[in-house]
Each structure stands twice: as C-alpha cells, then as structure tokens.
Design a protein around this ligand. Structure first.
Ligand code: ADP
Ligand code: ADP
Length: 224
C-alpha cells in the first residue's frame, strides 16, 4: 500500500493563478522521489499542502488516513517538512531547544524528549553543537539542524524543499550523504538534478501546477 496518496489536489493562492491543478500521486513506503520543475511550477506549494500547512482541495491520505483538520495533529508527526531556508525553522537560543521543540509540543515526557533530541542530532552528526546558537552556524550546519528538528518527531516521511540550495560543494556532499543514510520515505523538491539522480530512483516533473512526467529518474534525466 502507498504511504502517501494524493488525489486531484488543487490549490489557488488568494491573489493568484492556480498553483496546483489536479495533482495525483502515490508514493510507496521507503521510496525516494525527486520533485522537479521550473520556478513557479508548484513544488513548494505541493510540499506545504502535503505537510498540512496549506489547505488544498482534493484528498491526501497518509498511511491510509485522510488528512483532515481532525487528523492533522497526529499526521503532522508522520510527515515532516524541511523548509528551504533553515532560518524559517530555527528560532531558539540553542540547537538543543530547536530540536526539542516539536517533541515538547507533542507533550512527550522529558526523558523521551531528551532521547529524541540526542537521536536526531546524532542522525545528522550535530551532537557536538547542542549548546550552540543556531543563528551562528554555517549554512550546511543550519540545514542539518533543520533536518534534526524534523527527525525528532520520528516521521516516516520527509519532505525537503531545495535541500542543497545555498550550500558549498562540501556542504552539498555532506548533505547528500546524510540524506542517503536516512531510512525515511523522501520527497525532495529540487533544481539540483545531480542530487536528484544520486538520491532518487523516481522523479516527478511538475509544470504549471500539473504533473507532466512521473517515472524513473535515469530515463527522465536522459531525456532532459
Ligand atoms: P515552485 O516551488 O515550483 O517554484 P511555488 O509553489 O512556489 O512553485 O509557486 C507556484 C505558483 O504559486 C507560482 O505561480 C507562484 O507565483 C504562486 N505563489 C507561490 N507562493 C505564493 C503566495 N504566497 N501568494 C501568491 N502566489 C504564490
Ligand atoms: P551529553 O549527551 O554529553 O550528556 P547533552 O546532550 O545532555 O550532553 O547536552 C549537550 C548540550 O546541550 C549541553 O551543553 C547544553 O548546553 C545543551 N542542553 C542539554 N540539555 C538541555 C536542555 N534541557 N535545554 C537546553 N539545552 C540543553
């Protein structure tokens, strides 16, 4: 069964043209899918809708459960969104508190929160940075902490918006290797076709709010 199922998803910004037009998509557990397409194609909007941040028309099923205002609090921990700009995700005085934020919000007991933080920071290789100020980290470090804030919810699926944007070659290599080691189902919106090809066997191409291709990355990249 698909982990994520999207049917006829449609969204128009209050002041705009339709940003999503009848999107249909199924993603199996453990799949890694690259979401590509030109600027304005609707990639970010789709991720926001899947994370339950934007309310689109149509149906989103997570692990067979329909995403609704009632199910959202529970499903939010199953699918985590990593924003393009880490500064949108990091706002606490220390790395530790940023990563602890979601588990604390879930009302987990303190011991469990601490275990989640340690696990998430270890998962991105940032244990040594727990007491540091997020604001003062490098872009690559911020991106890793932003991923840890989401991993702390122990999601089954990660949505990543332009994860390699703004990274130097070394930061980018480290990020690819980090993502490559994650067991989660991944949907990665990116302009970085090299990253897409390395991480994602499957590619979905969006244009004008519609899916114009969905298939093997290798074949689609060869056509590009
Ligand atoms: P992508 O991530 O592929 O670049 P977006 O999802 O950001 O595409 O944008 C899809 C469409 O929605 C574009 O036409 C864009 O101009 C429009 N759009 C995006 N964000 C907003 C917003 N906050 N208000 C109005 N229109 C928006
Ligand atoms: P260790 O794993 O070595 O016991 P911790 O992960 O507990 O280390 O702590 C590492 C750093 O994280 C500490 O130096 C501290 O600054 C910060 N830290 C630990 N616990 C908290 C907390 N509850 N709130 C804020 N910062 C914390």
């Amino acid at each position: 069964n698909p982990f994520l199922e999207v049917e006829n998803l449609t969204y128009t910004y209050p002041d705009g043209r339709p940003a999503l037009r009848g999107i249909g998509l199924k993603i199996l557990p453990g799949e890694r899918v690259a979401l590509v397409g030109p600027n304005g194609a609707g990639k970010s909007t789709l991720l926001l809708a899947l994370a339950g941040i934007l309310r689109a028309e149509g149906r989103i099923l997570v692990d067979g459960t329909l995403l609704t205002p009632a199910s959202l609090p529970r499903l939010r921990a199953r699918i985590g969104l990593v924003f393009q700009l880490p500064d949108d995700q990091l706002f606490s005085p220390t790395v530790y508190e940023d990563v602890a934020f979601a588990p604390l919000y879930q009302d987990l007991p303190p011991g469990e929160v601490h275990a989640r933080v340690e696990e998430a920071l270890a998962g991105v290789g940032m244990q040594a940075f727990a007491g540091r100020m997020p604001h003062h980290l490098s872009m690559g470090e911020k991106k890793r902490v932003a991923i840890a804030t989401v991993l702390a919810m122990r999601p089954a699926m990660l949505l990543l918006d332009e994860p390699s944007a703004g990274l130097d070659p070394r930061g980018r290599r480290e990020l690819i290797s980090l993502l490559n080691g994650l067991p989660q189902t991944l949907l990665i919106a990116t302009h970085d076709l090299d990253l897409a090809g390395r991480l994602c066997p499957r590619m979905v191409i969006l244009d004008g709010g519609q899916i114009v291709a969905d298939g093997e990355s290798r074949a689609l990249l060869a056509d590009a």
